[in-house]
Design a protein around this ligand. Sequence first.
Ligand code: HPA
Length: 306
Amino acid sequence: MSSRKRSKTNTNSAAGLMSSPTAGNADGIPGEFERAGQAADFIHARTELRPEIALVLGSGLGAFADEFADATKIPYAEIPYFPRSTAIGHAGQLVVGKVGEIPVAGMQGRVHLYEGYSVKEVVFPIRVFARMGVKAVILTNAAGGIKREFSQGRLVVISDHINLQGVNPLTGPNDERFGLRFHDMTAAYDRRFREMAVGEGNRMGIGIYEGVYAALPGPSYETPAEIRYLRAIGADLVGMSTVPEVIAARHSGIRVLGISCVTNAAAGILDQPLNHVEVLETAERVKEQFIGLLKAVIPRMAEAIR
Ligand code: HPA
């Protein structure tokens, strides 16, 4: 691990220890399960709320957590072993609070592979949610639209994914306390949650679609040739996040809803270059609609996981 990387990491984190994903080693160094348990205990000690739904709020959407009632805000830097977000548009704190009557935990920003984090670090928050007793997670992101109908500003419910990031968070020894060595990904994106999100979106009159999300490592955007390739293999959306979190969540038995905001047409679809400012501006423009959808879906999900 480089010194640059270490400087981003918690002073109390196991900076050099992330290579041990399972139970602690002979020196008593905690494994992933124990580290996640410590982080979960730390969060539980800060609030009386016991959320069973967690949200990962991607680019621009972090504002939703500012609306939570009875909120406790915990900077990632204070949570044992938690990675810190360096991406623009990501506040880097966990907000535990209520949406209506439902306790939720919302991450204002995530960490990405392109920031230099390992895939284990990227999914650590999901492991913490598992140890907190979270049953369902809503993963949101900004994505490029590959399918023609997925124009700028559309919200798309993720129906499935294609992992092209070249890594998997479950590589290495398996800790059975989280889940199985070879776990099923047939219905990774919960069918009932998807129906709820599409249903609520339609009720709100926002004409929501479903699509397949392809994850690349980034941080460069794709070339037009790569987008043609992605379309040919069945991808409708492209982005740089979410997939490792889905894999870890399903491994831990957490049900998943994934929603993308199409912030731009993917490379080569329009005759113009891509830029991050456009991505952030679109996410900002669609924010209220996105938050409205989440507010409508959360109570229905809460009912479904009871
Ligand atoms: N490609 C990859 N990631 C993205 C894009 C894109 O076009 N837009 C937002 N995130």
